[in-house]
Design a binder for this molecule. Structure first.
Ligand code: 8YV
Length: 315
């Protein structure tokens, strides 16, 4: 098919290469044109019918307003806090995401960060590589099995984290906007109340205005000097400056962080702490899961343009 006859799609993030390949195979793709080339964007904007976004993309009311023919925003990710869903709904624009297919992956990473930060895995690796081992042992670590885990946000991924923690004989408690009637774990009405009762506070709640800086100085103080924070949700959920202060002052024991307030920029203070393990937003980043996300995100576009029911619209 000639490019001029193809449906025109704007990508709003650097998407996984396989996803780009699939898009290029089926559509006329304008790769982040709105960010880099205003003149070219002005020309194509009237023809754009779909946006392919990532979990981190900002799809604002202003961007939507510039696209009169927009019909669908397909997010490659479960979180869609960057999409102005209200603005899309006003225009009847569909918004889809990729739930469920990444539950295991993000839960695996949460446990990996719990283990990495408490068992000092990154420090241990450095201890061997640097030759320090010959000069003496490294400081002792902290036991994970049997410890108390608090989960902030007991959705699908939160439940997958809880199941894994159970295999480590951890006791589990949670907080979320409302108690979950089916959850077999004790509910706490606030992150602060939960933090007071646990050794590991694992954050996996949606981002957006409702959870902005939910983990603040008070919550960190409640977690206490033997407590660890793990964040696999969104950087916006944690007050990063309060976290830096808490780590500097020994208010908490350490942190495992996959997400940050201003990705890919990580505050230099965080880089300096030995008791912090940092990963570059890789919760869903395996071949298997990125393929499953591609199938779903691409499948939603295909379903929409074939007038079939969407596979996974946002709730
Ligand atoms: C990203 C995510 O979408 O699912 C989410 O909400 O944050 C991730 O899976 C992914 O990194 C693609 O950018």
């Amino acid at each position: 098919m000639a490019d001029s006859e193809r449906i025109e799609v704007l990508t709003a993030a650097r998407l996984w290469p396989r996803m780009m390949e699939m898009l290029h195979g089926a559509y006329a793709v304008h790769d982040r044109t709105h960010q880099g080339d205003p003149a070219a964007f002005a020309k194509v904007a009237p023809r754009i019918r779909a946006i392919a976004a990532s979990g981190e993309s900002k799809i604002t009311r202003e961007l939507i307003a510039q696209l009169p023919k927009l019909e669908i925003v397909s997010v490659f990710g479960v979180g869609y806090d960057g999409v102005d869903v209200a603005a899309a709904r006003e225009r009847g624009i569909a918004v889809t995401h990729t739930p469920n297919v990444l539950n295991d992956e993000v839960a695996d990473l949460a446990l990996a960060l719990v283990l990495a930060v408490s068992r000092r895995l990154v420090e241990a690796d450095r201890h061997v590589r640097s030759g320090a081992w010959a000069k003496g042992p490294m400081p002792l670590a902290r036991k994970v099995s049997g410890a108390r885990m608090g989960i902030v946000g007991l959705g699908r991924i939160g439940m997958a984290i809880a199941r894994r923690a159970e295999a480590f004989d951890m006791s589990i408690a949670y907080t979320s906007r409302n108690p979950k009637p089916d959850a077999p774990y004790p509910y706490f009405p606030s992150a602060e109340a939960l933090a007071r009762e646990v050794d590991f506070l694992v954050v996996i709640t949606p981002g957006g205005a409702a959870t902005r800086k939910l983990i603040d100085a008070k919550v960190l103080a409640a977690l206490g000097k033997k407590g660890y924070l793990v964040n696999v949700a969104r950087g916006s959920v944690v007050d990063e400056q309060a976290l830096i202060a808490a780590l500097r002052d020994g208010t908490i024991a350490g942190a495992g962080l996959d997400v940050f307030e201003d990705e890919p920029n990580v505050p230099s203070e965080l880089l300096a702490f030995d008791n912090v393990v940092l990963t570059p937003h890789v919760g869903s980043a395996t071949w298997e899961t990125r393929q499953a996300m591609t199938d779903l995100a691409f499948g939603n576009l295909e379903a929409h343009f074939a007038r079939r029911p969407l596979l996974s619209p946002v709730p």
